[in-house]
Ligand binder design. Structure first.
Ligand code: ADP
Ligand code: MG
Length: 291
């Protein structure tokens, strides 16, 4: 299922004295099976854009086509429930939405809302916990007795329990420690690779874009400034810096080697693995020069 934005604009509180425009003329495609990263400064419209991916917000101009459903400003709110199931959104600080008395009940809430029985809900909760790196011993625990990182995992399990085709993540690791961040990001990548889950990730971490995404969108003041292959976009480090956006650490390192030694990389390395590989010809040449 692809999601296509066609000239999408969004104005908050449209038609009131408080109206403010958050998105302008957005054209983009989220391809089935892709891993798209969306970057941009605070206030650039990332969260507003995400809420259009499952019709939680309807565009005030243009259309969003989600699979075979076309959403426009005049689309009625009924019959949108199915879309919420197909496209699951993990909001910023999702743990704040936990409410039930046990972890099992919290995870099963969505499926039960869609008609799953008590037992089915329980089974789903049992299956979801290991996916997010927690074991069965948590099922009867109150979500409010968990650590922040564990609460976040339970909230993510609740979204995965709906078996979405598209998983939308709004800064999913904000506020977590480095180990927790890495574990959660690796988990999403596994789901993407093993189950073909389409992922849309909003992040400030360029390393996460470099490691995981195959498509990248740069938003600024509600418009798409650049869209494409992350390797192409990261090639223009000066442009990113002029926008006060960083580059992945491997790119930063490669650019320094380039600058200080006049060496140019045939392929711009995005990750430490690629960097190690791409450094080999450089090191061999330096070695030869010494002899
Ligand atoms: P980001 O997620 O990139 O930080 P947002 O989508 O949250 O950006 O915000 C985009 C713009 O819309 C900002 O100017 C913000 O102040 C405004 N905005 C966001 N949410 C609301 C809202 N509920 N009501 C009015 N304006 C909003
Ligand atoms: Mg946001």
């Amino acid at each position: 299922m692809d999601i296509v934005f066609d000239k999408v604009g969004y104005t908050y509180q449209k038609g009131t004295p408080f109206q403010s425009r958050a998105l302008y003329d957005i054209d983009l495609t989220i391809k089935e099976g892709s891993y798209t990263a969306i970057v941009g400064h605070t206030g650039s419209g990332k969260s507003t854009l995400l809420q259009h991916l499952n019709a939680l917000r309807k565009p005030t101009e243009g259309t969003v086509t989600i699979g075979d459903r076309v959403i426009a400003s005049e689309t009625e709110n009924k019959n949108l429930k199915g879309l919420r199931k197909k496209v699951g959104i993990v909001f910023q600080f999702p743990e704040s939405q936990l409410f039930d008395e046990t972890v099992a009940k919290d995870i099963a809430f969505g499926p039960k809302n869609f008609g799953a029985s008590e037992e089915e809900g329980r089974e789903i909760a049992e299956r979801m916990l290991p996916l997010v790196g927690l074991d069965e011993s948590f099922l009867e625990t109150s979500p409010f007795d968990l650590s922040g990182g564990q609460m976040r995992r339970v909230a993510i399990a609740g979204v995965l329990a709906m078996k979405p085709d598209v998983l939308v993540l709004d800064e999913p690791t904000a506020g977590l420690d480095p180990k927790g961040r890495r574990e959660i990001m690796d988990m999403f990548y596994r789901l993407h690779k093993e189950q073909g889950l389409t992922i849309v990730l909003v992040t400030h971490q360029m390393d996460d874009v470099a490691y995981y995404a195959d498509h990248m969108i740069v938003l600024e003041k509600g418009t798409v400034m650049k869209e494409g292959d992350p390797r192409e976009i990261f090639r223009d480090a000066d442009w990113l810096k002029s926008k006060q956006l960083g580059v992945p650490s491997a790119v930063e390192f490669a650019n320094q080697i380039q600058k200080q030694f006049g060496w140019s990389f045939s392929t711009l390395p995005l990750t430490t693995d690629e960097l190690a590989r791409e450094m080999k010809p450089f090191l061999l040449q330096k070695e030869a020069e010494r002899q």
